[in-house]
Ligand binder design. Sequence first.
Ligand code: SAH
Length: 264
Amino acid sequence: MKNPDDFRALKRYGQNFLIDKNILRLIISKAELKISDTVLEIGAGHGILTRALLENGVNFLHAVELDTRLENELLKIQDRYNNFKIHFDDAVKFDYENLKPFPNKIIANIPYNITTPLIWHLLEYAEHGFNYQLYMLQKEAAERLTAKPKTKARYPLGITIEIMGSAKIIHDVPPECFRPVPKVQSAITEIRLDKNLTLVKNPLWSKLLHTGFQHRRKNILNNLRGFMNIDENLLLSASIQPNARAEELTSEQWIKLFNFIADK
Ligand code: SAH
């Protein structure tokens, strides 16, 4: 393996490579890999997690990596394993639909700067698979993804995951586990998807949430007034107090409101 120290890590690609073997082992054991699992890895980097996944034994591994400077290293792994395919592309724009076989698990130390758009994009494929997802995330992002109602960290993607399944932080990871050492704390976070799998395919869903959260200090009525003819009465019929703030709403209230406007 090429020494990561010889490689000029790029901040804009969120390059902080995992070096801690205990954390690597923890990821592999939490993922409960079965020989029948098809896995997707985002941001393979120098392939530390890639190799661990393949050595553990999986049916198939797909990895997406943007930085073509890593081509030689990753193609070498591909030469060695006939159940591994590396795709050089932008994971946020990648069309996953044609992956064969289609992954049932995502296991990835992702670039932190693309966390929210990447996970939104991946959720769009939930009806095909991706039922189990294990991510290394920036701690703050992990807290937003798992935030309960009435907390400051509550935000549209976290609400969506709550409606499609569940998310939980399973282990905090300090900066020293990576090279270069990031300025932020990290956390391993698990997402399971088992219901409402086509929700995010309706663009109205994300539009509703983002409009509702547009101005955090305004109440829900002021943020949503006029959007899809939402008014005080419609909010009340969805059991929502018009003067509540978006972060206070439960996922049941959001779904009820969404069903009212989507049916119109
Ligand atoms: N998984 C590796 C690398 C983590 S660093 C490890 O654990 O060591 C994040 C990786 O994501 C880098 O290799 C970076 O080049 C890659 N990356 C950054 N932006 C990306 C994007 N839009 N699509 C795919 N990969 C990306």
